[in-house]
Design a binder for this molecule. Structure first.
Ligand code: NAD
Length: 421
């Protein structure tokens, strides 16, 4: 049985709207335009009937929310998770609009999701679910209209199914309809680890800015998936000490430092980081409160909230996940002097390389991994410096500075385009 009522996500959406409104107060904007900026342009809800492997049938709810496209086609990932609600997807779509604008990418913001537990579905069921969802949103996606990408519990294989289904529907090969594809289907070198690389670049720049030597710095990571695991590997290679990591089953701690490659092998074998040799088992709540230089929440939203913000002992939080810190927690962290590098900057590496993948698909000409990562590094450092400059000039926190910069660019584009009709 499916239920259209929200299962959550309202608080997350309220938080994103709250950040947006706070940033809007800094800008001289018409009240009507302010309203326009917090309402998505289009919200599509679909019910997806799925034939299960055992011959039975189930129905899943799917969403695609397109927030604003003033700067270019909509862009944003697709998430498969039981927590998916229209409010959550709307919040994520809005964050994508600000993220692409902050990174100076010619895209708007969107997000999609299917409410399901992907761990309970077989590969063939996941394929049928993905293909059906693609058919149902095919009228509103496209290489020049809306370009999906992976998010939680979706991956290059999911993108390959979307690309194949969409191309068959249109009768031509259209790799640019999604990014995050396997390399052989037009995926970009460097895309898999791009979000993590962006997180690591932010940490590298923070270490210079705040005088925290990267070599030997203590790093804690919540979530050991695409973003968390690669971030651990990159930072380990750059000399940081990864002292604690976790996944949905719990966390592990070792003050001597973990070898993330070996942790990944262990997770592959056993399904979790828990139980890795010579580590202490800790809960996800305890993990967030471990003393460290850099804390990377890289799982779900709302993980650092008013109930635990006061116990956080990190010097800097770098948001690998989208929305991991609630607005109340942000205020507490501000008072404690803990710096927060916001999601729209910290995890923008993924959409930046997605942009580079899209450009390569359109021009049918491909760059090497070194070329891609160099372009990503340049874009991340430029955005990081712009946010720092705005933060210092306006004496506000990094989140507000990043949001003001992003919204300012979207507002300029809306004003130049004008209203139609
Ligand atoms: P993923 O599915 O690859 O990994 C998620 C990880 O989080 C898994 O290890 C899972 O076990 C863990 N997890 C789930 N629930 C948890 C909990 N309650 N406590 C601790 N760990 C938990 O997902 P991902 O792609 O790495 O995305 C993680 C976050 O990063 C999401 O917020 C996503 O929106 C954001 N993000 C992802 C990308 C990308 O390119 N994949 C880009 C930008 C932002």
């Amino acid at each position: 049985m499916v239920c259209l009522a929200s299962l959550g996500g309202r608080e997350f959406l309220d938080g994103v709207i709250n950040y947006t409104r706070e940033a809007l107060d800094f800008l001289d904007i018409d009240e009507g335009l302010k309203e326009y900026l917090v309402i998505p342009k289009r919200t599509l809800t679909v019910s997806i009937p799925l034939r299960m492997d055992n011959g039975g049938m189930k129905v899943f709810l799917g969403f695609r929310v397109q927030h604003l496209d003033a700067l270019g086609p909509f862009k944003g990932g697709i998430r498969y998770h039981l927590s998916v609600t229209v409010e959550e997807i709307t919040a994520l779509a809005m964050l994508m609009t600000w993220k692409t604008a902050l990174m100076n990418l010619p895209f708007g913001g969107a997000k999609g999701g299917v409410r399901c537990n992907p761990k309970e579905l077989s590969t063939t069921e996941l394929e049928r679910l993905t293909r059906s969802y693609t058919v149902m949103i095919s009228n509103i996606i496209g290489p020049y209209t809306d370009i999906p990408a992976p998010d939680m519990y979706t991956d290059p294989q999911t993108m390959a199914w979307i690309m194949d289904t969409y191309s068959r529907l249109k009768g031509e090969h259209i790799p640019a309809v999604v990014t995050g594809k396997p390399i052989e289907l037009g995926g970009s070198e460097g895309r898999t680890e791009a979000s993590s690389y962006g997180v690591a670049i932010c940490i590298r720049e923070c270490s210079k800015k705040f005088g925290i030597p990267l070599r030997g710095s203590k790093v804690v990571i919540q979530g050991y998936g695409n973003v968390g695991a690669y971030a651990a590997e990159i930072l380990y290679n750059w000399g940081a000490k990864i002292i604690a990591v976790s996944d949905s089953k719990g966390g592990i701690l070792s003050q001597d430092g973990l070898n993330p490659y070996k942790v990944s092998e262990h997770k592959k074998k056993t399904g979790s980081v828990v139980g890795f040799d010579n580590t202490k088992k800790i809960s996800n709540e305890e993990l967030l409160e471990v003393e460290c230089d850099f804390l990377i929440p890289a799982a779900l939203e709302g993980q650092i909230h008013k109930g635990n913000a006061d116990n956080i002992k990190a010097r800097v939080i770098v948001e690998g996940a989208n929305g991991p810190v609630t607005p109340e927690a942000d205020m507490i962290l501000d008072q404690k002097g803990i710096k927060v590098i916001p999601d729209i900057l910290a995890n923008a590496g993924g959409v930046t390389v997605s942009y580079l993948e899209w450009v390569q698909n359109l021009q049918r000409f491909y760059w090497t991994k070194e070329e891609v990562l160099k372009k990503l590094d340049d874009k991340m450092v430029k955005a990081f410096n712009e946010v720092v400059e705005c933060q210092e000039k306006c004496k506000i926190n990094y989140r507000k500075a990043a949001t003001i910069l992003a919204i300012g660019r979207v507002v300029d584009a809306i004003k130049s385009r004008g209203l139609c009709p």
